[in-house]
Ligand binder design. Sequence first.
Ligand code: F6R
Length: 614
Amino acid sequence: MCGIVAYIGTKNAYPILIKGLKRLEYRGYDSAGVALKVNGNTEIYKKKGKVSELENFCADKNTFSNIGIAHTRWATHGEPNDINAHPHRSMKGHFTIIHNGIIENYERLKKDLAAKNYSFYGETDSEILANLIEYMYVEDGMRSAEVAVRMALTRVVGAYGLVVMCNNEPNKLIAARKSSPLAIGLGEGEYYLASDATPIVEYTRNVVYLNDSDVAILTPDSFTLKTVQKDEEITPDVQRIEMSVGELEKNGFDHFMLKEIFDQPRTIADSFRGRIHPETKEVFLGGLNEVMPRIAEAKRIIIIACGTSWHAALIGEYLVEEYAQVPVEVEYASEYRYRRPIIREDDVVLAISQSGETADTLAAIRLAKEKGALVLGICNVVGSSIARETHAGIYTHAGVEIGVASTKAFTAQVTVLTLLAMRLARVHKAISDERYYNVINDLMAIPDKINLVLEKHEQIKQIAEKYKDNDNALYLGRGYLFPVALEGALKLKEISYIHAEGYAAGEMKHGPIALVDSNIPVVVVAAKDRYYEKVVSNIQEVKARKGNIIAVVTEGDSLLRDMVEDIMEIPKSDEVVTPLLAVVPLQLFAYYISVSRGCDVDQPRNLAKSVTVE
Ligand code: F6R
């Protein structure tokens, strides 16, 4: 959450910073700001609202500078307004900082600083950090900004991605990281800093991802890496980033979310490409090779995730239990990390995360590692914290996902989980050849089938138009399609602000049916699978109470066509890969409702893409 961009070099920093903030806006968008060195002074411009508001505000200002820091905020401490926006300046004006993360002991630090006659203009923990650095600096005889930053950070409890400018050392940036990502792009006589590589990729492909406790000291022609605790230089690990600038553009689509929904035939293929042997059809997961013997011996698999990734995890649970015959538990990372769970050395803990930065998932990983479990990751963002902190893992290869509502990352996760389940099923000899080849062949046919679903987008748009003014919706599904119902409801609520609940269809009688009347649309995911008859009965129950039913059905289902108000058809497929098809009309349905309600599809209110605070 929150996006950080900074530049030091010989170019004009301002356009680089604004463009970078726009790339990072998915991380938070309630206020934005920039600090620049203009004619020897540190000028701070900041504004409530999106980056475009900051840009308008700066239009008549002198913004030429070869160094600068910038921030787009997702508020934690203090309401979103101009004052609480970053950058923050210390009381005596020596330091200007941008900060991502939470200083957990900020109340204590604030009290200590107040006792030393420090006063504060806003409500943020970040302003306290700026002042703590200044206090250390002044106490130390204003010797070194770097020492002041390192000393201050030894007193901080919490998370930070931090970039600091010091007035007395004008041609220098100091950056530090703990639990909040920070990447440094290496140019010729210049450095680009950002919360992720998306603002960097068009300038350089050589990147250093800071590790926890790293402190980087940058001038236009030097890069020194140390740690908070040790005044010793360490060698940075330079990595190549592979993403293309094209991935960061909308490519003619109105929104990133729509583009990402339409990306899915390709991204799903990218997720299984090279992982299924062309002749034998055996699944090969290179990232798990070394740990496969230990996975094979695991007594159970615990999957931890949040939000949409948690929905993918549920599909993973059904797959692995049914086909590999290994017990699986699926946990919300935010619950798991605090509820003193039983974790044994023969457990495998599998973390699923698009961003690879979700704070709760990361904390659960650390807990599982402490207890001796083998910890695996399924991540989308290459080089992310979760990817680095797990023992082994599988990348989803969905490419950069910018729309805050996850779409292609979900289907890529389900694809990878299907591969993993099939691999484990083979390892445990728990699946028949016939079943195995059916699943693999149908998985490989999914991209073409999704194209057929996407071709029907106009029809889905018309259905969305009918239901756009409803305030509530129910989503029902069974078996592999129950998590799809949950995911469909989450998509609708997060981007259209319509209250939507997903339920296992069999649970309807145990409460939610009380909501059903002629005013509520009930979306039923009713493909032809082993649960079909039961779902049809559930549909009858809703109809008997005058509910309006929108059903996701298998092509040619004349029974449901005649029974329900609206249908969205998907091609026939093996039931275990049907979630990959059934979720697509629900993504489109949510998308078109959001657009017709005038909502901000890509940046829905109160949300952020990467949830780096617990
Ligand atoms: C919903 C959505 C969120 C994320 C959740 C976990 O569309 O995107 O629910 O799935 O915040 O994020 P990751 O997968 O990055 O750990």
